[in-house]
Design a protein around this ligand. Structure first.
Ligand code: UD1
Length: 339
């Protein structure tokens, strides 16, 4: 069965390609390499023994998307990762984000809604919940006003898919709301490759530990949490990748006859503070991390972690890795990349 993975050379995309190939799917990747590199193909091939088909182009070029689907009429499912994801950049350049993240989604759905049967998985984010009123967060928690254009593209993206599924009954879709993906493949053949200064916590930690950054700034220790730092749900990227495979299998076997559009949280269900992440990292890397407490970062919520019951019961999926496992793999990857 042939699956299109857009953004398949990126962090979550590449790990998902590996899990798809391990399950026997044939994978075609479209990636414009704006935030990734064709070298990632080698890592995927080394792990799985199979090189995925790769086409390098930008999904904003509608005619190329149309030509692609004419050429690959046997695509059974699409997992759509390709998108811009830097929160700060989205505030500075909202139109880029709306164009990049929404026009590409629309072009793909236009192709799929004309098919007799199509399966679609969308990369959404727990950012849609903002600061949820209740923890852990269930899928029924209200979607809050987005903090950034990036977050808004995820909310609007979900609405576009829901509305399209309402009228295109041939289209089955799932939005996966990721919590905080971290870590790398245990082989250290693929992992996260942030361009420039990392904005996210774990790559900043590993780059500080390796000597690329001088010091980690911990954004605020006056939150109403056990140690005053923010709480997040850090999920190993391999667990997250596997969630895509089971979601795809659910769509292919049309396991849910009640609706053709569903939403699932993908997290571990456990929240960790920033200081707990640092402690866990110090333990697995066997070294002290240079960090200091600074003021809060604008837009950060106090706490977010998932209620994963729906994914556990309906997808038969559960995260397996611990925080130590995830940070250990991130550290192994950082050391490999810089060696
Ligand atoms: C961020 C985005 C979120 C996006 C997700 C994608 C913001 C406000 N949110 O989530 O919309 O979906 O990335 O991966 O940008 N921290 C530090 N020092 C650092 C970096 C982070 O203390 O140098 C803290 C943050 O304050 C936060 C935690 O670490 O408490 C996690 O931060 P981060 O990795 O950026 O993820 P989110 O903010 O949860």
């Amino acid at each position: 069965m042939k699956i299109l993975v857009t953004g398949g050379l990126g962090f979550i995309g590449s790990h998902t390609v590996v899990e798809l190939q391990n399950e026997g799917f044939e994978v075609v990747i479209i990636d414009n390499c704006s935030n990734s590199s064709p070298e990632v193909l080698q890592g995927i091939t080394k792990i799985t023994g199979k090189e995925p088909i790769f086409e390098q182009f930008d999904l904003r070029e509608k005619s190329k998307v149309q030509d692609f689907f004419k050429k690959h009429q046997d695509i059974s499912g699409v997992i759509h990762f390709a998108a811009s994801k830097a929160v700060g950049e989205s505030v500075e350049n909202p139109l880029l984000y709306y164009e990049n993240n929404l026009s590409t989604l629309i072009y793909l759905l236009q192709e799929l809604s004309g098919k007799t049967s199509a399966n679609f998985i969308f990369s959404s984010s727990c950012t849609v919940y903002g600061q949820a009123d209740e923890l852990p967060i269930t899928e029924n928690a209200p979607v809050k006003v987005a903090e950034s254009p990036y977050g808004n593209t995820k909310q609007i993206g979900e609405e576009i898919i829901r509305d399209t599924c309402n009228v295109s009954k041939n289209l089955n879709a799932i939005s996966l709301r990721y919590f905080n993906p971290i870590g790398a493949h245990p082989s250290a053949e693929i992992g996260e490759l942030p361009i420039g200064v990392p904005q996210n916590l774990v790559p900043y930690i590993t780059q500080t530990a390796i000597g690329l950054r001088e010091q980690l700034s911990v954004f605020g220790d006056d939150y109403p949490t056990s140690d005053g730092t923010c709480i997040r749900d850090y999920i190993h990227v391999v667990d997250l990748a596997k969630a895509h495979v089971v979601a795809l299998q659910r769509l292919i076997s049309s396991n849910n006859t009640n609706t053709n559009y569903e939403v699932f949280n993908v997290g571990t269900g456990t929240g960790s503070t920033v200081l707990e992440v640092i402690q866990s990292f110090e333990k697995v890397s066997n070294q002290k991390l240079n960090y200091k407490i600074v003021g809060r970062r604008e837009g950060d919520v106090t706490a977010a972690f998932a209620n994963t019951q729906k994914a556990n019961e309906e997808l038969g999926w559960k995260a397996k890795s611990t925080l130590d496992d995830s940070l250990g793999s991130a550290w192994k990857w950082e050391q490999k990349v810089r060696s």
